[in-house]
Design a protein around this ligand. Structure first.
Ligand code: ATP
Ligand SMILES: Nc1nc2c(ncn2[C@@H]2O[C@H](COP(=O)(O)O)[C@@H](O)[C@H]2O)c(=O)[nH]1
Length: 441
């Protein structure tokens, strides 16, 4: 039996399937005051925040409130989320009120920021991140995570020497492990990747790197590389947009977080063609990948291939050959790589690549299941029980309270800022209750 107040603006209790739920509505309309002394751990706005918002000024700072903010108390800090971001007005803003000093903090905000929306709700997931759900958004833009004390955030705080928070978009399902392919220039990495993408166009996607080198005759911006000025790339690196970057043969190359995530968003397995320094950085990052190193049969053959390709000046060819020696040594001894391929005969090498990726019929890939479509309520409140978030429509159909509730399962999250948070599961309360009924029988 569902006992549910659809207009939860205050703390209330409800029972669903025998579970006791404690719910809070987290949207804070300006001008509405709150009950003092409430337990704020699940996102209730402390009264002083509302007072500050009503005044429009917090301890001498104009907080530029346009409404729709939400506040979450963690320790002695209150995170005020909503309204517009000062630097990019189309994105949701984040400010922190430090109760111990009585001051407002404007943190460095990293990651892909969510666009502003009509209203939002927030729930404290754990000690290190807050889940934000956006009103009136599509399922792929609905759940966002604001990381406040994850390993990535702590690391960035140290590097930047400022307060840091980081956004990460919530995504349903998982991505297959990306494939990192390294090896000296001219060994045939690009050739092997092209063969794979041609044979399995719906299975693999290429991570389009950024580079400061000039485009070759046939290269297209945004397809082979994102060609970029050095100063612009350095700025993007500073802004935390890169998963890895390195100076290779005198130019800057790097893999943006977005380059890898868009491939996964497209339901494809991402392939990265990067040098050994980049592979080392990815290995040290939170991205779990398969690392493959491609060796040439000899230095003489490598030189022949590089010259035959005819894309480099003599000076560049010599530089690349010199670097190749060091790269081969590191590739073979660093312990970075899971697999070694010898590209002597191209067809044989391609066969070996397919074999290690399980594409020779030796491993049967599990069938891909398409996620169920769930209609998200326009205007909602959220509550947390264990690893489930109950999303509650504020305008339910009469007599059908449970059908208006959505369950967001956050028990198996993977990844996070600066990339996506994957592994969300969304289903209706009805299917959750059906599942419980089956277990009880
Ligand atoms: N097994 C092979 N035998 C002979 N030629 C090959 C073989 N594999 C690749 N090639 C040729 O070698 C040249 C270099 O290959 P490719 O451009 O794929 O190298 P790469 O490793 O991607 O180089 P870079 O790191 O500079 O981008 C190309 O002209 C390609 O056709
Ligand atoms: N660390 C990274 N290395 C990269 C990236 N993209 C390409 N590369 C490597 O650079 C060399 C030269 O490439 P070329 O296109 O100029 O011939 C080659 O070894 C690539 O693997 C990157 O994003 N990061």
């Amino acid at each position: 039996m569902v006992n549910f107040d659809p207009y939860l603006d205050r703390l209330s209790m409800m029972t669903v399937g025998g579970l006791l739920l404690q719910t809070h509505a987290l949207h804070i309309p300006l001008g509405e005051s709150r009950i003092a002394g409430t337990d704020f751990s699940m996102g209730e706005a402390p009264a002083f925040i509302v007072d500050e918002l009503q005044k429009g000024y917090g301890n001498g700072f104009d907080i530029k409130s346009k409404g729709g903010e939400t506040a979450i108390l963690m320790g002695n800090r209150t995170y005020v989320i909503g309204g517009a971001c000062e630097e990019s007005p189309l994105s949701i803003g984040v400010q922190i009120f430090d109760q111990s000093t009585g001051e407002w903090i404007y943190p460095t905000v990293l990651g892909t920021k969510p666009k502003t929306c009509k209203g939002l709700s927030a729930v404290l997931l754990s000690e290190d991140r807050i889940l934000i759900t956006k009103n009136g958004s599509t399922p792929d833009d609905f759940a966002w995570f604001l990381e406040v004390d994850t390993q990535y955030v702590r690391q960035q705080k140290k590097i930047l020497g400022t307060d840091v928070v980081a956004w990460s978009k919530g995504v349903r399902g998982y991505a297959e492990k990306p494939i990192v392919i390294s090896g000296p220039s001219g060994v045939g990495k690009g050739t092997l990747i092209s063969m794979l993408m041609k044979e399995y166009p719906s299975m693999f996607g290429f991570s389009v790197s950024h580079t400061t080198r000039a485009p070759r005759a046939m290269e297209k911006d945004g397809v082979h590389y994102h060609f970029i000025e050095r100063s612009a790339m350095e700025k993007e690196i500073e802004d935390g947009k890169f998963l890895e970057f390195a100076s290779v043969h005198g130019n800057l190359y790097g893999t943006s977080v977005e380059a890898v995530e868009v491939v996964a968003d497209d339901g494809k397995r991402c392939i990265l063609d990067i040098d050994v320094q980049g592979a080392r950085s990815v290995r040290a990052s939170s991205l779990e990948a398969i690392f493959i190193f491609v060796c040439p049969p000899s230095m003489a053959e490598l030189e022949k291939r590089l010259r035959a390709r005819g894309t480099e000046t003599e000076e560049q060819v010599l530089k690349r050959l010199k670097n190749a020696k060091a790269e081969i040594e590191q590739g073979q001894s660093s312990g970075i790589f899971h697999h070694m391929l010898y590209n002597d005969n191209l067809e044989e090498c391609y066969k070996s690549l397919k074999k290690l990726l399980g594409l020779d019929g030796s491993v049967t890939a599990p069938p891909k299941s398409s996620p169920k479509v769930v209609d998200l309520p326009m205007d909602h409140s959220v509550a947390k029980i264990d690893h489930r978030i109950i999303i509650n429509s504020k305008t339910p159909e009469l007599g059908k309270a449970s059908t208006n509730m959505i369950v967001l399962d956050v028990s198996s999250l993977k990844g996070g800022a600066p990339g996506r948070t994957r592994g969300l599961d969304i289903y209706t309360m009805d299917s959750f209750l059906d599942g419980l009924a089956c277990i009880n029988h």
